[in-house]
Design a protein around this ligand. Structure first.
Ligand code: GLY
Length: 422
């Protein structure tokens, strides 16, 4: 997720990049049960018996109120979840999911989604789907109308059309221009972008330049190209950020009704400018989403590859089955990601992950690997248990994740391994 990267437009590119580059606190791994600043006001698990309840990634906030009313009126839990995630799927301005999602490296939007319906213990999933905006509905249709669990690629698209979902062009003008900006920016070795005859052509910058200057050069070059492509001035900085640091926006929603029934659903356009055919965690049952009617539901936004390797959502639900609280269960999954890198902060700082965890009794938690993407922009999630609000997710690590690929110099003190796993 992701979503907070959009806040980039609120400040200057260099300012935000610089803040991110220096904000991460070395060796500041917060122990799971240590008191933590970000927990203030985070009521989550204590008063646990409020039902119904919806939790979701913060980009679903605007759609939760209506879904909650539907749930209160006796609506199905998965249908309520769909009503939340369909909002961002339909919104052309949300470039993390559905219509207007940022495309793959060939400029084609490819979407992933999966869902689980607790009461009937069923699951559905679609991966790498083109031309279908509401892949959440397609995943639900796989669950309801086939004997399969997962369909991918062209077969999934054809199935979605069979189910009545329209084929449409998902690449908005805004997303197309961001992709083109990315394509031209990364092309000093191919034929994309202005050629040698262009009056603004410069020979490649010598490698010896300090990294900070290189970054500034890149941003200035991108500003010129963005203007040339007709990207609106007020959106230019946000577009540049997406080019420099391709995001992996996603939305997850977990739902519990008064009867104790649960469902979960996740949908995404995945990592921007990915290789065609790349699926992240979002269509993987047990990674991007997992719901067990006896225990709880969990989902994820963030670095899909890392989450697949720890089967994050399934790990969390199993942890709760064995007695962990939602927060402990989520923190344990995050620690497994840390473990996969032997606590090496020099690598871990380039990834992030947020888990949304809901237990069958209504206890919940939002947990994340890092506090946020930059100072003042913590990871948040939306909750409705009678009152709609955003809460700050509890981080495992103090400090802020860094964007990939790395450009500013990595501070020496972050290169040492964490004490945490020793
Ligand atoms: N979590 C979304 C993705 O990596 O595709």
């Amino acid at each position: 997720m992701t979503f907070s990267r959009r806040d980039f437009v609120k400040t200057s590119v260099l300012g935000a990049v610089a803040a991110g580059a220096h904000a991460a606190v070395p060796d500041a791994l917060a122990k799971t049960n240590a008191p933590h600043q970000a927990e203030a006001g985070h009521a989550s698990q204590a008063d646990s018996s409020k039902r119904p309840i919806i939790i979701c990634a913060n980009n679903g906030y605007a759609y939760v109120e209506a879904a909650y009313a539907f749930l209160k009126g006796g609506g199905d839990t998965l249908e309520a979840g769909v009503r939340v995630v369909k909002g961002p799927e339909d919104d052309p301005k949300d470039d993390s999911v559905g219509l207007g999602g940022l495309p793959n490296e060939e400029g084609v939007v490819e979407l992933d989604s999966c869902c689980m319906h607790g009461p009937t213990r069923r699951a559905g999933s679609v991966g790498g789907v083109r031309n279908i905006k509401n892949v959440s509905l397609a995943a639900k249709a796989v669950m309801e109308h086939t004997g399969h669990v997962m369909l991918v690629g062209e077969g999934a698209e054809r199935f979605a059309v069979t189910m009545g979902l329209p084929r449409e062009n998902l690449l908005t003008e805004r997303s197309r221009k961001i992709w083109l900006l990315w394509k031209e920016f990364n092309s000093d070795r191919d034929w994309w972008g202005p050629g040698l005859a262009d009056p603004h052509w410069h020979p490649p910058a010598p490698d010896a330049k300090p990294q900070a200057n290189l970054l500034q050069d890149r941003i200035e070059k991108l500003q010129r190209r963005a203007a040339g492509l007709g990207i609106e001035p007020e959106f230019r900085l946000a577009a540049i950020r997406r080019v420099l640091f391709p995001p992996s926006g996603t939305i997850h929603c977990s739902v519990l009704n008064e009867k104790g029934e649960m469902s979960g659903i996740t949908t995404t356009s995945g990592l921007a400018f990915k290789l065609p055919g790349r699926c992240g965690d979002s269509p993987i049952i047990g990674a991007g989403c997992y719901t067990d009617q006896d225990v709880g539901s969990a989902g994820a936004t963030g670095a899909g590859e890392e989450n697949i390797k720890v089967a994050g959502a399934h790990t969390i639900v199993e942890n709760m089955r064995h007695g962990m609280s939602p927060k402990e269960a989520g923190m344990d999954a995050l620690k497994r990601i840390v473990r996969n890198y032997n606590g090496d902060m020099n690598r871990l700082r380039y990834m992030d992950m947020t888990y949304y965890v809901l237990r069958k009794d209504g206890a919940y938690a939002g947990v994340c690997l890092w506090e946020g993407y930059s100072v003042g922009h913590p990871h948040k999630f939306a909750v409705h248990d009678g009152t709609l609000r955003s809460e700050v997710a509890t981080p495992l690590l103090k400090g802020y994740s860094q964007d990939w690929p790395p450009m500013p110099i990595v501070p020496e003190d972050l290169k040492k391994d964490s004490e945490y796993l020793k």
